[in-house]
Write a protein that binds this ligand. Structure first.
Ligand code: NAP
Length: 351
């Protein structure tokens, strides 16, 4: 009833920290790109790359407008391209904010296209608290539930862009590839995720909302494991829809990217001595880590449904790929959809 710790996987994680990552050169001319949590850390540096690489519009989706404005200004100064980075409100801890953001993207008429969405925002906390809607524990809400929900709500716009701005490069018109990528983590290798079989609760999400049984030291790892499983399932649904309706569904590439261990504000609650030493000698600097996000956003059909690391397709943990992992993936998906349908009965229409 546990996930075996695999020493080879542990070695891979450490070795990956020293991988060489190519400086991004892909051209995003004319494209609109959304980056959540783009006021600092990996999101900010990825957004800076997108602006530098000629994107027409980069939406910084942030929960604090003042921090967002400072980030937009910093990007404008460093790239010499004022006005490209725009700040939009998004608080992933509140479902209403996710819905308002998605409505603004999909129906306000402000965006004629969305080419890439980088779901980067995330939180690491050891403090148990329910989210403001009192649905789930806050880490699970931000890193998993509302991150997936936002992805679902933005799928129609990505599909519309894919079809409307068809790729004419080969002469024959075919849907343009658009990308929905989620920032996951190598920490999914590290969790035993015992909550997947919570004996006293009907569901995993419900079990994780039990303060008495919460294992907050491992909660962030669990959230990244759940995010990975759910995105893999989402990618399967997107493929199925594209097979059924190739003309209408376009081509949306869905992936999970692991940036490695990177120096950012994520561990803002503090780190112990060992972690501090690790950060000093092993962790990547923020710009270096952000290259993995830009690589994921570039897409490529070989990245669809995949776990990306070090700017290439990698393998998720053995457990994720095991029969137990697959079964857990299906179970989590069913729970997530059921939870979202309680307040949005139409959510499955996005699939
Ligand atoms: N750093 C690493 O070593 C590492 C490794 C693997 C994966 N990751 C993942 O990389 C992603 C980016 O993290 P980071 O390392 O760059 O950390 P960071 O510097 O702390 O950035 C996290 C971003 O997420 C935003 N955010 C947090 N809660 C939010 C909410 N409720 N609504 C909207 N935005 C919210 C933060 O906004 P505020 O500034 O307003 O809080 C911030 O912009 C996360 O998904 C993280 O799990 C990081």
């Amino acid at each position: 009833m546990h996930i075996p710790l695999n020493p080879l996987e542990a070695l891979r994680i450490v070795a990956s920290q020293f991988a060489r990552l190519p400086y991004p050169t892909h051209d995003f001319t004319g494209q609109t790109i959304i980056v959540t949590g783009a006021n600092t850390g990996l999101g900010l540096e990825a957004a800076r790359h997108f602006v530098r690489l000629n994107a027409s519009r980069v939406i910084l989706a942030v929960r604090d407008p003042a921090k967002g404005a400072a980030a937009a200004e910093s990007i404008a100064v460093s790239t010499g391209r004022p006005g490209v980075a725009q700040v939009w409100d998004l608080d992933l801890s509140r479902r209403a904010s996710v819905e308002a953001f998605a409505a603004r993207v999909n129906t306000s008429g402000e965006l004629d296209r969305v080419d890439r969405v980088v779901e980067n925002a995330g939180v690491l906390t050891k403090k148990f608290a329910m989210d403001p809607d009192r649905v789930c524990e806050q880490t699970i809400t931000v890193n998993v539930v509302n991150t997936l929900y936002l992805g679902l709500l933005l799928l129609p716009k990505l599909r519309e862009t894919s079809v409307k701005f068809a790729d004419e490069t080969t002469g024959a018109s075919k849907p343009r590839e658009t990308v929905l990528t989620f920032v996951g983590s190598f920490v999914h290798f590290l969790t035993w995720f015992p909550e997947r079989r919570h004996p006293s609760h009907a569901g995993v999400f419900e079990g994780l909302a039990d303060k008495e049984k919460a294992r907050m030291f491992d909660r962030y790892n669990v959230s990244k494991m759940m995010e990975l499983l759910l995105v893999r399932e989402l990618a399967g649904h997107v493929s199925a829809r594209e097979e059924k309706d190739p003309a209408g569904a376009g081509r949306v590439t869905v992936s999970v990217v692991n940036p490695g261990w990177v120096i950012t504000d994520l561990q803002r609650e503090g780190v112990g001595l060992l972690m501090a030493l690790g950060r000093r000698f092993v962790a990547r600097d923020t710009e270096l880590g952000s290259r993995t996000l830009v690589h994921a956003a570039q897409g490529g059909r070989e990245t669809h449904g995949q776990f990306l690391s070090d700017c290439r397709v990698d393998q998720a943990s053995g457990w994720v790929r095991s029969a137990d992992g697959q079964a857990t993936q299906k179970k989590l998906w069913a729970e997530l959809m059921e939870m979202l349908e309680r307040t949005n009965p139409d959510v499955r229409n996005a699939l």
